[in-house]
Design a protein around this ligand. Structure first.
Ligand code: SIN
Length: 303
């Protein structure tokens, strides 16, 4: 019997599989499909201080082996998330969850993280400094080591739960940004968010997405994710949640060998709502095939 358990900042997960923020709602929406308690954890829909309607449509462009999204952090705002969404999730899911928080200023990140920190079911706060689809916020904090440091420091000052900073791949030196987050007190790093992409409609000769550009995700970006997890693993000592195009148990093992302690599955949920369930079910067999008794033993095993 293989051991799929992993530990993240003192939290033991039954397996490393976590649906990525923005691809799984607040989790309870999937409870009619299968018992979501099989999931290692759930990274909830990105939440901001104020409610957000999101970007104009079309917001999605299909691509070979992936898709581009420009959702624009649509969400009901922190008060409704705490008052309505998390209680609904708690009815169905009995394990610690990951709250994903975005903001438009350092103060706003701190305000929203402090509020979510008080929620009992929140095991980890994932701070998204890498959304490519909003102006004056999101990715602008994650493409500069100084601002990544400032956001991390401000959030750490007002929270008690482990704080993981979600990084953008749209940078020259991801290791430098990860190191700045670690120096500011981050408990872990999540990576990668989406790569900036664009499609143009041949008939209209205009961008497919109303916002012109968006974030590209899906199996096509998996090698980029593996490369960046590998680089960050060499640069920091804090744990990494790896993500970016993961769509099979083999991908899970590969990104863990690069250095991920747990793994988020994103775009695959949009193609198949059972993607996480299928990966969890196939994981033991694939572990056996590659002679892996315990997943914890393979983290960073390729270095
Ligand atoms: C979005 O809401 O636009 C996507 C979130 C993200 O990429 O961080």
């Amino acid at each position: 019997m293989v051991n799929t358990k992993v530990t993240l900042s003192g939290l033991t997960l039954d397996n490393p599989i976590i649906p990525a923020s923005g691809t799984f709602g607040f989790g309870y929406e999937f409870a009619d499909l299968y018992d979501i308690n099989i999931l290692g954890s759930i990274s909830c829909k990105g939440t901001t201080k104020e409610p957000r309607f999101g970007n104009p449509t079309p917001r999605i462009a299909e691509c070979t082996n992936g898709l581009i999204n420009s959702v624009g952090l649509q969400n009901p705002g922190i008060d409704k998330v705490i008052g309505e969404e998390l209680p609904k999730l708690a009815e169905h899911y009995k394990k610690p969850i990951i709250a994903n928080i975005s903001g438009f200023s350092v103060d706003e990140y701190a305000y929203t993280c402090e509020k979510i920190d008080s929620q009992k079911q929140v095991g980890i706060i994932e701070v998204n400094i890498s959304c490519p689809n909003v102006h004056n916020g999101g990715m602008s904090f994650g493409t500069n080591a100084n601002s990544a440091f400032e956001v991390t420091k401000a959030v750490k000052a007002v929270t008690t739960k482990p704080v993981y900073i979600k990084l953008s791949p749209n940078v020259t030196d991801i290791a430098e940004i990860a190191k700045a987050c670690e120096a500011a007190g981050a408990d872990g790093i999540s990576l990668i968010n989406t790569l900036m992409g664009m499609r143009i409609d041949l008939k209209t000769r205009k961008p497919v997405i109303a916002n012109k550009m968006g974030g590209f995700s899906g199996p096509a970006i998996f090698p980029v994710a593996v490369r960046m997890v590998y680089q960050v693993y060499e640069a920091v000592k804090i744990p990494i949640i790896g993500m970016g195009g993961v769509s099979s148990a083999r991908d899970v093992i590969e990104i863990m060998l690069a250095g991920a302690a747990a793994v988020q599955v994103g775009a695959a949920n949009l193609v198949d709502p059972y993607a996480c369930k299928n990966i969890i079910e196939e994981l033991p067999e694939v572990m056996e095939k590659f002679g892996i008794n315990s997943l914890e033993e393979i983290i960073g095993g390729s270095h």
